[in-house]
Write a protein that binds this ligand. Structure first.
Ligand code: HEC
Ligand code: HEC
Ligand code: HEC
Length: 432
């Protein structure tokens, strides 16, 4: 798993520390260990709510290594400077958080500080978890403390000097971390505020969906203008959204709960575990998140959805789209042949797939998601178990794939051709 490039910021932050800020802001005491709270002491409803909230926070996604127990940690998060391993957050007293009081847990989530007082790397998105209310943190704590304790010590981090020196994180936090809880916006509806609270707090949606500055922190002035995650593009969710059909609330709710929507397509790659963990949320909460994101996108133009659908349908094979292919440049025509050979069975008019021209993937500013999807296929999201696609990594070579991408961009959208296709293919192949 590839984390975003925050580590550069640590080096920059060293400057701040040298400036003398460290002594005042950087030191936290250890919090005394406690004996593990008895799970029977937590209300079952609270534990259940904690489970849903932990899902929204995708705790299991980062705190579970392949083939190991949930929450036992050890997942390697790769950064340009080395590897950070997630912690064991099961209630094992020796290797997990079994001896953490609620106060120690709350402090880690708000301030990114371990029980020992050590600073934690911001790959752990406490920059967002800081917004979460004490009440919700208590529910997550109750849920985690009710899990099976698992004895497991993650491998040590493997970071280059000086990023391996945790005290330097004090400087990073001084610059980029605001530990304040969420403050509702009184000019907005209750649902909007609920959606903003879930998305900006536990959901930490902006970490992937926004550009990061060179210190690895979200650029607040470009919130939701599109970012990247694990070699995928995470599309803009604000007024720059590349989706051809404007998002409506039902479409967004379908996408977030089922991982698929008729007007936009599939949630693949790093978005899929996000979606698979939102499933415990009530419909009201998911509609609230949709209200929040739609407010960032502004009012759609009249008739935009109908125009997008009509355009996409007429460009499909079997929808009339064959006619114009003879006029496309040569590389695109070669791509059209590959498409006809291997893709058209599932991607033509009257098939069960979303017309490719309607999908955000084909309309994005970079081709990496389509490349990942063609090479690795799509595992069906939990909410749409029939939506899977096989992998073509061994049956489509790089040249065919490049042709295919040129063709798809020329046929299914009116956006400018993708640039640097070969480099993007090499990057994705290299990622494995
Ligand atoms: C994007 C990945 C990611 C997500 C999502 C995530 N964590 Fe973590 N978490 C980490 C990493 C990596 C560390 C270790 C950081 C370090 O060593 O400095 C960590 C550390 C922690 C720690 C500190 C443990 C210790 O021993 O110091 C706690 C507590 C924690 N996470 C709880 C949670 C909870 C609760 C959630 C869900 C609400 C969550 N995390 C979601 C990556 C993540
Ligand atoms: C780990 C990174 C990551 C996080 C966290 C994340 N997303 Fe995503 N998201 C992605 C990626 C990557 C895609 C593109 C998926 C694809 O192409 O199939 C995506 C796609 C989407 C889309 C579809 C956009 C479109 O126009 O097609 C929506 C909506 C969305 N995410 C909402 C959210 C919300 C809401 C949250 C927070 C609860 C969130 N995302 C958190 C990475 C992330
Ligand atoms: C056996 C059926 C099948 C074949 C063959 C197939 N696909 Fe797919 N493809 C799917 C399904 C199912 C989905 C996900 C559902 C959807 O998009 O409606 C999908 C999704 C996609 C997406 C993502 C669209 C989105 O929703 O964001 C792209 C891009 C794509 N396919 C391209 C291709 C290309 C290129 C080929 C040929 C190399 C191909 N597919 C071959 C079934 C197939």
């Amino acid at each position: 798993m590839r984390a975003r490039g925050w580590i550069g910021g640590i080096i920059g932050a060293a400057v701040v520390i040298a400036g003398g800020g460290y002594a005042a802001i950087g030191w936290y005491p250890a919090i005394d260990p406690v004996s593990r709270p008895d799970p029977a002491g937590f209300e079952p409803e609270v534990v259940e709510r904690g489970e849903t909230l932990a899902g929204v926070g995708a705790c299991a996604v980062c705190h579970t290594a392949e083939g190991s127990a949930s929450f036992a940690g050890g997942l390697a998060l790769e950064t340009p400077f080395g590897t950070v391993h997630s912690s064991n957050i099961t209630p094992d007293p020796d290797t997990g958080i079994g001896d953490w009081s609620f106060e120690a847990f709350r402090r880690s989530m708000r301030e990114g500080v371990s029980r020992s007082g050590a600073h934690l790397y911001p790959v752990f998105p406490y920059t967002h978890f800081a917004r979460v209310t004490n009440d919700d943190l208590r529910a997550i704590y109750a849920f985690l403390m009710s899990q099976e304790p698992v004895e497991a010590t993650p491998e040590p981090n493997n970071l280059q000097f000086p990023t391996n020196f945790r005290p330097l994180l004090a400087g990073w936090k001084f610059l980029f971390h605001d530990a304040e809880p969420f403050t509702p916006n009184p000019d907005r509806s209750e649902a909007w505020n609920r959606g903003a609270y879930l998305s900006e707090g536990l959901g930490h949606c902006s970490v992937c969906h926004s550009p990061l500055n060179r210190f690895g922190a979200v650029v607040e002035s470009e919130l939701y203008a599109g970012g990247s995650a694990e070699g995928w593009h995470a599309p803009a969710l604000n007024e720059d959204s590349p989706a051809p059909a404007p998002w409506g609330d039902l479409a967004m709710v379908n996408y977030l709960l089922d991982g698929w929507d008729l007007d936009h397509g599939i949630a693949a790659g790093p978005m899929q575990p996000v979606v698979d963990h939102l499933r415990g949320l009530s419909d009201d909460d998911v509609f609230a998140m949709a209200e929040y994101f739609l407010s960032l996108q502004g009012d759609p133009e009249e008739g935009a959805r109908d125009r997008a659908i009509e355009f996409a349908e007429t460009r499909q094979f079997g929808g009339g789209g064959e006619e114009r292919i003879a006029q496309l440049p040569e590389q695109a025509q070669q791509g059209a042949e590959v498409f006809e050979d291997v893709c058209v069975n599932c991607h033509r008019a009257a098939s069960d797939t979303v017309p490719l021209g309607l999908t955000t993937t084909v309309n994005m500013p970079d081709p990496r998601n389509v490349i990942h999807i063609v090479l690795d296929g799509i595992e069906a999201p939990a909410g749409s178990p029939n939506k899977s696609m096989r992998a073509f990594a061994t049956s489509v070579n790089d040249e065919e794939l490049a042709d295919l991408l040129v063709f798809m961009r020329a046929q299914f959208t009116e956006r400018a051709p993708w640039s640097d296709i070969e480099a993007a293919i090499a990057e994705v192949r290299g990622d494995g």
